[in-house]
Design a protein around this ligand. Structure first.
Ligand code: SAH
Length: 377
């Protein structure tokens, strides 16, 4: 039964070494060979791993597997952004987005099916929370994107050329879900992104974006050193309580303290603060000045995100000149501030538009909450 086999996808190196030693009596270098096959060459079938002894491959296939999520749909935006809907099990789907730019390629991955944070301007919130993704399901998104991107280049379809690896230069946890609410699976997945036998990305090219789970930020500071992005969205607690409800538990002052602690511990350069631009809600020059006062003198960058609308929302995007003015107020006060270019909105792949519609019309009940019903066209 496949369910009794261990899925090797996303197993951090130390665990894989222990696994091959304890179950197969193999030396640690066997684990390293396996990692090269899985992550560099995109192999999912032990029988293709030609530099492993036949006997080892057969034994391995009896106790282990490399199972990747299944692609339900792929959409390609006119700007080159691609969105995959992945099937996680009978009813659940999540979305992964690839954003190509001239100097880099960013993969935006999900950490949960749905999300429980309930931010008022995010479409994932409307879906409610269903479950955490496993380590294999998180790493599987990167594995699949590599396969799909290498397949998309004529003449490079064997996944061995290294091209696809070069196409994904950055990974951001900005898809569906709150990564720090799935801490125990997100942290091991990040180890594989950073491992030189995994995806070999530098710590500054892996970004964890959080709505502000303060205790987990402190914990993260002890265990990893990836780039941190924080969804701030408001310069005062009254407004942030409304937009990002977790603020009622962990208000702004507490959150910022955790951010500065993270930088101190990790010798990080700066924290990026995401700020969605909502017309008439959080976009006035006075609010920009208040935001500048909060962050001045700290290693902070602000990333202004034009709001991406979705069906049923009452929010509107701030007009471009308003966003520009807001940015100027920040720049005048010495803060680094950028405006995020909207990508993939024609295929609902932009920030906050990922709804991860499920495969069939099954309605999943979690307590009193009813989740996810639409069918992907
Ligand atoms: N849970 C994580 C990841 C969320 S998605 C977090 O809260 O940071 C990444 C970013 O997109 C977050 O800053 C989120 O607030 C923002 N976002 C959500 N909905 C949006 C929308 N409709 N338009 C623009 N940005 C949105």
């Amino acid at each position: 039964m496949s369910s009794e086999r261990v899925n090797l996808l996303g197993l951090p190196r130390a665990q894989l070494e222990t696994f091959v030693a304890a179950r197969l009596g193999a030396k640690p270098f066997r684990a390293r060979q396996l990692m090269k096959w899985i992550y560099r060459r995109g192999a999912a079938d032990f029988s293709t791993m030609s530099d492993l002894k036949q006997e080892f491959r057969t034994q391995l296939a009896e106790i282990a597997e490399i199972t990747v999520p299944q692609i339900v749909t792929e959409q390609v935006s006119k700007d080159g952004t691609r969105k995959w809907m992945l099937r996680m099990d009978e009813v659940q789907g999540i979305e992964t987005v690839y954003i190509p730019e001239p100097d880099r390629g960013t993969l935006c991955i999900s950490s949960q099916v749905g999300c429980a944070m309930d931010c008022s301007f995010c479409s994932t919130a409307q879906q409610g929370f269903n479950r955490n993704l496993s380590v294999a399901e998180i790493v599987g998104q990167v594995w699949l994107a590599h396969r799909e991107l290498s397949g998309s280049r004529p003449g490079h379809g064997d996944g061995r050329s290294g091209d696809a690896r070069a196409m994904i230069t950055n990974i951001v946890f900005m898809g569906m879900g709150e990564p720090l609410a799935n801490y125990r699976n997100v942290v091991p997945a990040m180890r594989t992104f950073l491992d030189d036998l995994g995806y070999d990305l530098s710590r500054r090219r892996v970004t964890l974006s959080t709505s502000g789970l303060v205790p987990q930020i402190y914990k993260l500071a002890q265990e990893t050193n990836v780039a941190l992005a924080v969804s701030l969205h408001a310069p005062d607690d009254a407004l942030r309580n409304e937009l990002v409800p977790i603020n009622r538990k962990h208000p702004i002052a507490e959150l910022l303290q955790a951010c500065w602690h993270y930088l101190d511990e990790q010798n990080g350069r700066s924290v990026t603060f995401e700020y969605v631009m909502l017309a008439g809600v959080n976009d006035s020059p006075a609010q920009a000045r208040a935001l500048a006062r909060l962050l001045q003198g700290h290693p902070a960058k602000v990333n202004l995100i034009p709001f991406n609308p979705f069906p049923g929302t009452h929010y509107r995007r701030s007009p471009a000149p308003v966003i520009q003015r807001f940015r100027d107020e920040l720049l005048q006060r010495g803060l680094l501030a950028t405006i995020r270019r909207t990508r993939g909105d024609d295929i609902d792949a932009a920030c906050g538009q990922l709804a991860g519609r499920v495969i069939d019309r099954t309605t999943v009940r979690l307590g009193s909450k009813v989740i996810g019903v639409a069918v992907q066209p």
